[in-house]
Write a protein that binds this ligand. Sequence first.
Ligand code: TRP
Length: 384
Amino acid sequence: MGGNQGDWQGGNPRKLDKHSAVFVPNQNSGGNGGSGQNNGGRRGAPPGLSNEPTYTQKSTLHNSSEKRHFSSDQAIGRGSHNQHKETVQPEPLFSNVDFFGPDAPQARIDKVCAAINNLKDGKRYKEALKVLNDVKFEVPHLAPLVWFTPGCINVLIQEIVLMYPVVNSLRLKPETADNFLPVLGLLQMLASHDDVRKPFIEANLHTYLIPLVAKPIKKSPFSHLIASTLMVFGCLVRSKNPHTIAALCRTEIVPLVLKNMRKGYLFSRIAAAYVLMNILMDDGGLEYICQHHERLFTVAQVCRDLIEEISGLSHVGSDKEAQLLFRHVIRCLLLLTRNQTAAANLADYIPMVVKNNDGTIISDEQIRKWIGLLLKSLKISVIS
Ligand code: TRP
C-alpha cells in the first residue's frame, strides 16, 4: 500500500502512521461513541486508561480516500476482501484509547508502526519481531494494532505452520528456535489482550498451536518452544472467560496439557499445570473433565504422580519452580473436589505426603491451607 499522504495530514484526528499501512484507529476527539458506550460486556481496559476501549471486532481503517470495514477473519487472511464505500460516517470503534501509552513520544509511535509494517517484509521481519517484543509491555494496546493490521496475523500463522515439520522431525536448530520464540511472544501478547482474545479464539488461532505441544520433549531448544507455546494457552485461560475455556475444551488441549505435565520439562510442566488449573476453576471446564470417569481419573493420576515425584526431590525445599508446580497441582486437586463425583472418588489418589501435611516437604502456608481444605472435602483425617 503506497498510502496517501493527504490522509493523515490536515487535522485528521487519527495519528496515522507515516509509513501508511498500520492500522491506527481514531483517537476520539469527543464525538459519538465515547466513554459511555457499552463495550459488549468485555472485561475492563488495562489500568491506566481513563476510558474503556469501545472497539468491536469490526474496525475502521483509513485507506486512502475510502473507509473499509474488515473483520478479524480478514486480519488473518481468510476473509473476502469486500470493500464497500461508506455513505455514513461509521461510529468510531476505538475511542479514547491511548494505544501507545500515556504521553508516548512520537519516535516510539513511529518505531512501533514501522515495525508492524515491517512484519510483512521478509527482509525486515526478524528485526520487526524483536522490536515488537521489546516494546510489548510499554505499548498497552499493541495487540489490537497488530491484530487489526491486515497481513500481520498471516505472517505469524505462516511461521507457526513452518514449525510443524521441524517439530515432527525432531530436528530443531537453536537458531530456528530463537527465531520462532518471538512469534510465540507476540502470540502471548495477543492472547493476553482483553479485546483480542475473543477474535483470536473465533479465528481458531489456538488450534494452530496444538501440534507444537503434542510431543513433550525435555531437550533444549524444543523445551523452550513447548513451554512458550503452553504459555500462550496460559494467557488465554487466565482471562477466566467461560467461552474461551469452552473453546479450548473443544480441542484436544487437555490431554496434551496432561501429557506435558507428565513428561515435559519443568517450565512446560508448570505452564501446563497452570492451564489445567484455570480450566478447573471454570464451572464448564470442571464439568468437562468430570463428566467422564476416565478423564477425571487421568487428571487425578497425573496430579498424584507429579506430587510423588516432586516430593521425592532432595532439593524441593529450596527449588522455587518445583514448589510452584506443587502449588498448581495441589490447587488442581482442590478444584476437582468442587465436583461431587470427584469429591467422592479422589481419596485414593492422595499421596501420603499430602495426607501428612506436616510441612516437611513444602512449608508454604498457602499450600498447607489448600491441603487442609482438600483433606477436609475428601473426608480424610490428617495423619499427624
Ligand atoms: N479423547 C479422550 C476423551 O475424550 C481424551 C481426553 C479428552 C481427556 N479430554 C480429556 C483425558 C480430559 C483426560 C482429561 O476422554
